[in-house]
Design a protein around this ligand. Structure first.
Ligand code: HEC
Length: 142
């Protein structure tokens, strides 16, 4: 064998990705539990409650879930829910979007990271067939 260096490099790379994956999975799991205790009083993944549903929140425009009545501040913000914006929102919603109506924050940085890791896994690939969705308008894909 004449490629031990390369082979070792690949093995190391493999380990690195493996570890990153494990750390990420742990963060998502922790985030899921935090979501249950801190967010589910007002939010759910699939339906609007006191707060808007969270499926597909990553990459969504703030204030854009159909059938949910947002504050004018949130709708007018035109903010895109990127990872950074979600972290900032959870740190201090009022600082990010003054006049918003979510009176809760997540003071601990690790908690915020984990909750956002979890939020990022929530895809909206399911057809919107929930009974709450009484608004059969064709949705614009973006
Ligand atoms: C006391 C109720 C309440 C709790 C608890 C709560 N939220 Fe909210 N959330 C709201 C309301 C109400 C809004 C809409 C705010 C507005 O219109 O200004 C909102 C909006 C949001 C949005 C913006 C969504 C969009 O479609 O633009 C995100 C993201 C969010 N919440 C995440 C969370 C997370 C994560 C948690 C848990 C750490 C949480 N919220 C806990 C009530 C709550």
């Amino acid at each position: 064998m004449h490629v031990p260096g390369l082979a070792r490099g690949l093995v190391l790379l493999g380990c690195w990705f493996g570890m990153a994956g494990a750390v990420h999975a742990e963060s998502v799991e922790r985030g899921r539990a935090l979501y249950e205790t801190r967010c589910s009083a007002c939010h759910s993944v699939e339906i609007n409650r006191t707060g808007p549903l969270h499926a597909g929140v990553l990459g969504r425009r703030a204030g854009s879930v159909e059938g949910f009545t947002y504050s004018n501040a949130l709708t007018a913000s035109q903010l895109l829910w990127t990872r950074e914006n979600l972290l900032a929102w959870l740190k201090d919603p009022e600082a990010l979007i003054p006049g918003q109506l979510m009176f809760l924050n997540v003071p601990d940085e690790r908690d915020r990271e984990d909750v956002v890791s979890y939020l990022m896994t929530l895809k909206s690939d399911k057809p919107s067939s929930s009974p709450q969705n009484s608004n059969p308008k064709p949705e614009n894909k973006q």
